[in-house]
Design a binder for this molecule. Sequence first.
Ligand SMILES: [Zn+2]
Length: 365
Amino acid sequence: MELQIKTLTPIWTGGVETGKMDRLHETSIIGSLRWWYEAIVRGLGGDVCDPTSDNPEDRCQFDAKAYEKTKNTEDGLASVCSVCRLFGCTGWKRRFEVQAVTTDLQAFWLATKDKPNKFNHWWLSEVYESQESYVALGQIILRFRWIRGYESQHKLIQALLSLVSQLGGLGAKTQYGFGLFLYADVQFISQSLAIIKQNLVNPNPRKDVSGIYPTLSDYWLLQCVIPNNDVTRQFNQVNIVGSQQTFDKYKSHLLPVSFDIRYKLPGSNDKGLRQAYRLRYGKMSTRQLFGTLKGSEKDKRSSSVFVSHLYKENDSSDDYQLRVWGFTNPDITGEIEKSLKNIFPNLCCPQTKGSDLLAGVEVQI
Ligand SMILES: [Zn+2]
């Protein structure tokens, strides 16, 4: 069973060594599908376990004893959540294998207004060691093989992939612009959510994780359209981290400048989402929202705000698109929109809220 996607921004899956991607790694695709499925199931009010918890009661496990008694799989699965039933847990294998076939691996590249050795450029070069790394672009085929008897669950993956294509991105480092894609058989959001909802088991959360883990009910999206002029005015001169050749090949429709937009726009004091937010709300709440690597293990946190690269939906479009999304109180979107307008004065930012999607409001993304 094959699903076809086409990238809008490069897909990054990391590799064996941190900071390098040697090929498209399926584990990263599966990991991000699971992450999205958890967030969506939580939003739908379904029970999702906490696989990283120290408390065994928070984690799912196949009950082999109960199964041995009756030989009924459902008895073994009695306390296994909807997500683990599909993606696996202790004693219960993931129901599918996936192979990703890609024809277009390109040498890694990013662009920034900063010059070599200056802040953004320096930081990006440090993190990505860009010379020997690749990203996946273009058409990708995801080939699924299901455990016998579970083939009908393929519709869950189709619904999930459709939602991810409309709401966020696939693979790693989606907070830094990677992983946006078009899905060939995209469905209406309400339809995809209904399919997933129908398949929920045990729809009472065992532990309230709102505010701890991402949930569709906290989701918001700004799918912005930016006139070409605004983009060329701001990013006329960029410096490349990684492959100049890849940059030249894709520059007419893909500008990998998420980092400049998300942090601090080089050459300004108050532009860039994180910088604008920090000036207004201070360091600590900025770390809460945009993530931090500083402090002890427990202080480190991943970002709740995701900023895509600038991309064109197809070759004939003149305008650029920018997708910014997050899992926070949606009140923040006003602030984010204001900072984006500071960078791109003529951008237009239709807004979508997860709570509306869950309430069945149909939106075109
Ligand atoms: Zn579980």
